[in-house]
Design a protein around this ligand. Structure first.
Ligand SMILES: NC(=O)c1ccc[n+]([C@@H]2O[C@H](COP(=O)([O-])OP(=O)(O)OC[C@H]3O[C@@H](n4cnc5c(N)ncnc54)[C@H](OP(=O)(O)O)[C@@H]3O)[C@@H](O)[C@H]2O)c1
Length: 328
C-alpha cells in the first residue's frame, strides 16, 4: 500500500498529471462563447466561402443541421466534395451544394456569382469566411498581394455583386470573418499592395483591418435595405491557416512542436465557428449592423478601424482595383 502511495506521489506521476489536468481545464476555458439557441433555418439560402475546412466546414455543418440550403464556395472541387458528402451524411440535409470559387481571381468571383444566380434567385446569408496567410509575397491572378486579394478584395467584389439578391431576400445578413489581428493592423496607404517591402504578418493584419472597415462602411451604405453586415473574430482556432507561416510550414515541427505547445490555448474548429453562427442566425441580431463580435458578444474595434479618411481610402481603392459597381 505504502509503495503504491509512494508511486502516486512520485514527481514522475504528479507533474505530468498536474500539467495534463491544467492543460485540459485551460483548453475547456479557452473554447469561449457558444451559440446554443435552437433555431430552424429551413428555407434560408446561405453561401459560405472556404467551407471545405476549418471554421467554414463547422459553420456549414451547423447550418445544415438546422435545415438551411447551403452553397459551399470553394476553390478545390475534390476537397469540397469530400466535405459536402460528409455534411450530408452527418446531418441528413441533402440541400448542400458546391460551386467553384477562387477568391484569388476576380474572373472566378464573377463566374461564381453568375453560376449562383443561374441556380438561385434568393440569398439570405452570405458568410465571407475564406482566408489565407502567407509568409512570402505571392500575387493573385490580378496582381494583388495574396492576403489583401483573397481575404478582402475577392470578398469585396463577391459581396457587392450579390447585393441585389441579398436586398431582394431581406431580411438578410452578411457575415465577414475578420480577426483580432485587425487591432495590430495598419493600412499602408503608400504601398497598399506591399510592392516596396513585404512582411507577411503585416499584410495579413492589413487585410483583416480592411475587412472591418469594409463592414462598417457597407453597413452605412445599406441602411434601410434590410441587409445587415457584421464582422467578427473567431478566436485562436486549431486549423490549417498557419500552414504557410514561417517555421510552421514544416509539418513535422507544426504537428510535433507548435500544436502540442499551443493545444491548451486553441479553440476547436467547432468552437471557432460559434461566433460566425451567432452573427449569421441569432434572432436577437435582426437589426444589428456594422458591429464586430468575439465569443458571441459585441466587441469594440480598433481605433484605426473607425478612421473615416482611411475607410474611404480602402473603399475607393477596393472599388477601383476590383471594378465593383458603386454602392450608394
Ligand atoms: N484559425 C484561427 O486562429 C483564426 C483566427 C482569426 C481569424 N481566422 C479567420 O478565419 C477564417 C477561416 O480560417 P480557418 O482558420 O478555418 O483556416 P483554414 O482551415 O485554412 O480554412 C481556410 C479556408 O479558406 C479557403 N481559401 C483559401 N484561399 C482561398 C481562395 N483563394 N479561394 C477560395 N477559398 C480559399 C481554404 O480553401 P483550401 O482548403 O482550398 O485551402 C479553406 O477552405 C479565415 O478568414 C481566417 O483568417 C482564423
Amino acid at each position: 500500500m505504502c509503495i503504491f502511495i509512494d508511486c502516486l506521489l512520485s514527481p514522475f506521476i504528479i507533474w505530468p498529471t498536474a500539467i495534463g489536468l491544467a492543460g485540459y481545464f485551460i483548453r475547456q476555458y479557452m473554447q469561449g462563447g457558444q451559440f446554443t439557441e435552437e433555431t430552424d433555418e429551413t428555407g434560408k439560402v446561405v453561401i459560405v466561402t472556404g467551407a471545405n475546412a476549418g471554421i467554414g466546414k463547422e459553420t456549414i455543418l451547423e447550418l445544415a443541421r438546422r435545415g438551411a440550403t447551403v452553397y459551399m464556395a470553394c476553390r478545390d472541387k475534390s476537397r469540397a466534395e469530400e466535405a459536402r458528402k460528409e455534411i450530408i451524411k452527418v446531418t441528413g440535409n441533402q440541400k448542400i451544394y458546391f460551386l467553384h470559387l477562387d477568391l484569388s481571381s476576380l474572373a472566378s468571383v464573377r463566374k461564381f456569382v453568375a453560376d449562383f444566380k443561374a441556380e438561385q434567385n434568393q440569398l439570405h446569408i452570405l458568410i465571407n469566411n475564406a482566408g489565407t496567410f502567407s509568409g512570402t509575397r505571392r500575387l493573385t491572378k490580378d496582381g494583388f498581394e495574396m492576403q489583401l486579394g483573397v481575404n478582402h478584395l475577392g470578398h469585396f467584389l463577391l459581396t457587392i455583386l450579390l447585393l441585389d439578391l441579398l436586398k431582394k431576400s431581406s431580411p438578410s445578413r452578411i457575415v465577414n470573418v475578420s480577426s483580432i489581428a485587425h487591432t495590430i493592423g495598419k493600412i499602408n496607404v503608400d504601398d497598399l499592395n506591399s510592392e516596396k517591402s513585404y512582411d507577411g504578418g503585416a499584410a495579413y493584419y492589413q487585410s483583416k483591418l480592411a475587412i472591418v472597415m469594409f463592414t462598417r462602411e457597407l453597413a452605412k451604405r445599406l441602411a434601410g435595405t434590410g441587409v445587415t453586415v457584421n464582422s467578427l473574430h473567431p478566436g485562436v482556432v486549431d486549423t490549417e491557416i498557419l500552414a504557410n507561416y514561417n517555421v510552421a510550414q514544416n509539418r513535422l515541427i507544426r504537428y510535433n512542436v507548435i500544436k502540442p505547445i499551443l493545444w491548451p490555448f486553441l479553440k476547436t474548429p467547432k468552437s471557432g465557428a460559434q461566433t460566425t453562427i451567432y452573427a449569421a442566425i441569432d434572432p436577437g441580431l435582426n437589426d444589428v449592423t456594422g458591429q464586430y463580435f468575439s465569443d458571441c458578444k459585441p466587441k469594440e474595434v480598433a481605433k484605426l478601424a473607425k478612421d473615416e479618411k482611411v475607410i474611404q481610402f480602402v473603399w475607393q481603392e477596393s472599388e477601383k482595383w476590383t471594378g465593383a459597381p458603386k454602392v450608394i
